[in-house]
Ligand binder design. Structure first.
Ligand code: CA
Length: 266
């Protein structure tokens, strides 16, 4: 099994992306960065998601940077309106038994990559703060990271947080720039792709609900608020799953019917 670290601002679709990654990869650790909702809530959401995958499964969770590198201009933007007060569709799940590790996420990324050169790919489904800071703290990791898969940015100026900006790059544009210019091979899944290829329609939700398993119930709970939000605000019947699309592509690149090589900047 290929080995990865997931960097996530766990709320909503991040949970399904983590579950997908746990199925397809040996996940060495989950690192949390500031993004979707309150930071400590994101940590709890990641721990709970791992417990949902399997009650006895242990994947260490590391706390990283709670906000962007230069994030004091407008304040950090969270999106409880999209994902619910807890980022989990207002499910208010109990705390998981597993607790976060003491080590900082950035040190975990650096040490794990250095100890396993060429082995550990990064699945980046959040603002890129932790990964950028890891590269800044120890630039020698660049040659040892085989690939970074990034959900972020957009290829046609259609945004999801402003008219023209995608959320992850909007929250920490400096971090996005550092990572894009790092020299590590990158596959980027932009928001433009997600409106087309990551939508699960109301019928898909109904089909999943019918499965009536723990995981299907979790999926329905998580998506309760975003389903309503999309219907009212975006006039979409269904939900988008950008982080899961990214993980799916990382797991099986043959899913990509088309890809191009671009110079990308922020
Ligand atoms: Ca995310």
């Amino acid at each position: 099994m290929r080995r990865v670290i997931i960097d996530t601002d766990t709320a909503g679709d991040d949970t399904i992306a983590i579950l997908t990654a746990l199925h397809h990869f040996k996940v060495e650790g989950v690192t949390i960065t500031g993004g979707n909702v309150d930071f400590d809530q994101e940590v709890e959401n990641a721990l709970y998601t791992i417990q949902v995958f399997h009650p006895d499964y242990h994947v260490p969770v590391f706390k990283g940077y709670e906000g962007p590198i230069l994030g004091n201009q407008d304040g950090h933007v969270t999106v409880e309106d999209v994902h619910g007060s807890d980022g989990m569709g207002d499910s208010l799940f109990p705390k998981a038994t597993q607790r976060p590790e003491e080590k900082h996420a950035v040190d975990f990324i650096i040490e794990t990559v250095k100890d396993n050169p060429g082995e550990i790919a990064l699945l980046a489904i959040a603002p890129l703060t932790n990964i950028a800071m890891a590269i800044k703290k120890d630039p020698t990791i660049v040659k040892d990271i085989p690939h970074i898969y990034i959900m972020g940015g957009t290829n046609n100026s259609l945004g999801n947080i402003t008219a023209a900006a995608e959320y992850n790059f909007y929250v920490d544009p400096e971090a996005a720039r550092i990572v894009l210019h790092s020299g590590v091979p990158i596959t980027m899944v932009g928001w433009d792709m997600c409106t087309e290829y990551s939508v699960m329609a109301d019928e898909d939700h109904a089909e999943i609900a019918k499965l009536n398993t723990n995981l299907s119930k979790f999926f329905i709970d998580i998506n309760r608020v975003v389903l309503k939000f999309n219907r009212e605000v975006h006039k979409i019947n269904g939900t988008t799953h950008p982080d899961t699309l990214l993980v799916a592509i990382a797991a099986n690149e043959e899913l990509m019917t088309e890809a191009g090589e671009y110079y990308v900047d922020v």
